[in-house]
Design a binder for this molecule. Sequence first.
Ligand code: HPA
Length: 252
Amino acid sequence: MNPAAIDLAVIGGTGVYAFPGLQHARRHRVSTRWGEPSSAIVVGEVEGKCVAFLARHGEGHTLAPHRINYRANIDALHELGVRRVVGVNAVGGIREDMGPRVLAIPDQLIDYTTGRTSSFCDAEGEAVLHAEFGEPYTESLRRGLLEAAHRARIAVVAGGCYGTTQGPRLETRAEIARMRRDGCDLVGMTGMPEAALARERGQDYACIAVVANWAAGCGPDPDAPISLEEIHAHLAAATGQVPAIVRALLAV
Ligand code: HPA
């Protein structure tokens, strides 16, 4: 399949290392001026449409959130001609209706990361781009995902503010309390700078946030420590719904 005709790219997060049912799949090793992307880009067919898949943390989950080369990931997709990107991100839930296994399509974000290279405007002598980012996710793609989930009969929460922290450690309760006061509904480690870089490259971008756990101090038992086993069990169950949403998106 001609990669120039790629209809959609999916960037899989924790628990999503492949796209099930990708037919006639071919692996592309793309190198960019920013370095290597996290994994080979697997391009194949879903619902008769050409789809690219990239494992954000690497196929063996070897890259921590702050070590991911977000620029190489977005630019590699851009070089393959990708114009629409869906990022799948594991998150913790802050708001009462954002408990474990919930899927959400956020509409806002706050960036708490530090020290990540977050722009393509990085070379002397090149024009500086101040990307418009008031609405960090592309509304038409968000709507498309919400309608696709509805057609696939998969419950998703529409909207929410995704706070991106530096990680890889989880947050303190005080940090989450502050994020709640700031208006965050979800907390994760990989939402930024991915969304901003996609905007700089002119790609449509939206996020499927998969709630793995209650964020620190949240939920019905705020004193309970967050267990990794619990995170993995919730993610395994909830990420299983993602391909059906993407299929329904592509089917129209
Ligand atoms: N905090 C930050 N990132 C996360 C969490 C969390 O509680 N759960 C999954 N990713």
